[in-house]
Design a protein around this ligand. Structure first.
Ligand code: KG4
Ligand code: ZN
Length: 341
């Protein structure tokens, strides 16, 4: 079975072809980073316009790379939400149109579920249940995952997402967009102990996060240095900031695994490309006897292979006719903390 995945929830237009639900034949990602860079963040209106321009060539490239044509595709899987509505609509309408014309099924997929299940696209795969930490530009959340369709929310950010904090701090330090990669690069040569940024533990028993406080702490440090005419060492700020964020993410994830007596954790989402986060989670996992799984950095950031894989599971386990009346959604919904798929 050949499935075409389409992703356009934020600023990446992506398409992928998978055979037998999990073998990646192609995985094309067109990033809009250069378009949004000068604004220091994603401009929704520009993002949706760019998706319109790129969706067709990106899908065509995915088909060509896989060595297939649209006539060979047996089902479509497309991100339905959460994300920017204007961006989501481009991929979703495209998928609906192809499904209608080609008379093949299409399925709408939750982007967070896609990030979590991306761990099944390659390498060592975890058994169920596992704890999943999803950290990206739009989300920071911990889930208990019991099977491919059951995601129980344990905690999430009460304000900024972890990636958003990286992006905002980078903007403040005039490092460009997106912030994560450049901050982690500078952090490698900075001193993480030069500044002691606050760790927002919140309720020590709970699994919620907060990253707006640390962002404000960075603002204050920068202003204090400027007032005293002292030059700031950006590398040190990056290293100390990164350490504070990573420490909270790792500690809460390991605590969740211990609390629920689950010996496996999965790390995913754009921020999961962060080297220090990967390193510390692996180290703590070894210390605590918890197996740590993480997709390679290319599959941690937004891509359509994860959407095709998730759609395939949904088609297998929740077979139903997907009406052309389906619509996109900007936020995930939950029923008693279970992600509604
Ligand atoms: O998952 P993703 O590609 O898109 C969303 O769904 O948001 O994540 C993008 C986010 C951005 O905020 C970016 O700064 C962050 O992931 N990111 C990183 C790194 N690479 C990307 N954050 C920290 N360290 C990195 N190496
Ligand atoms: Zn994402």
């Amino acid at each position: 079975m050949l499935i075409l995945g389409i992703e356009s929830s934020c600023d990446e237009t992506a398409a992928a072809v998978l055979s037998d639900g999990e073998n990646i034949l192609s995985n094309v990602v067109n990033s809009q980073v250069l378009l949004h860079q000068k604004y220091g963040g994603v401009v929704p209106e520009l993002a949706s316009r760019r998706h319109i321009e790129t969706i067709y060539p990106v899908v065509q490239e995915a088909l060509d790379t896989a060595g297939v044509t649209l006539n060979d595709i047996e089902a479509l899987s497309v991100t339905q939400g959460p994300g920017l509505v204007g961006s989501l609509l481009v991929g979703f309408s495209f998928a609906k149109a192809v499904a209608y014309v080609k008379k093949i099924p299409y399925v709408g997929v939750n982007h967070m579920a896609g990030h979590i299940l991306s761990v099944f696209l390659e390498g060592r795969k975890p058994d169920f249940p596992f704890i999943a930490l999803v950290v990206s530009g739009g989300h920071s959340a911990l889930f208990e995952v019991s099977d491919v369709l059951t995601f129980r929310l344990l905690g999430q950010t009460r304000d900024d997402a972890a990636g958003e904090a990286f992006d905002k701090v980078a903007k403040l330090l005039a490092l460009g967009y997106p912030g994560g990669p450049v901050i982690s690069r500078l952090a490698e040569v900075g001193d993480a102990e030069a500044i002691n940024f606050p760790r927002a533990w919140l309720d020590p028993e709970g699994f919620d996060f907060s990253f707006s406080g640390i962002k404000t702490a960075v603002v204050n440090i920068v202003h204090n240095f400027q007032k005293k005419n002292k030059s700031i060492v950006k590398e040190d700020i990056c290293a100390a900031f990164q350490e504070a964020v990573v420490e909270v993410l790792v500690s809460k994830t390991i605590s969740a695994a211990k609390h629920f007596h689950i010996g496996r954790v999965v790390l995913t989402g754009g921020v999961a490309a962060n080297h220090r986060l990967r390193e510390l989670l692996k180290k703590r996992g070894v210390e605590e006897g918890i197996a740590v799984f993480m997709p390679s950095p290319e599959l941690c950031t937004d891509n359509a292979a994860m959407i095709a894989l998730t759609g395939n599971y949904k088609l297998q386990h929740l077979p139903r006719a997907f009406s052309l009346d389906l619509d996109v959604y900007s936020r995930s919904s939950y029923c008693e903390n279970l992600l509604v798929l």
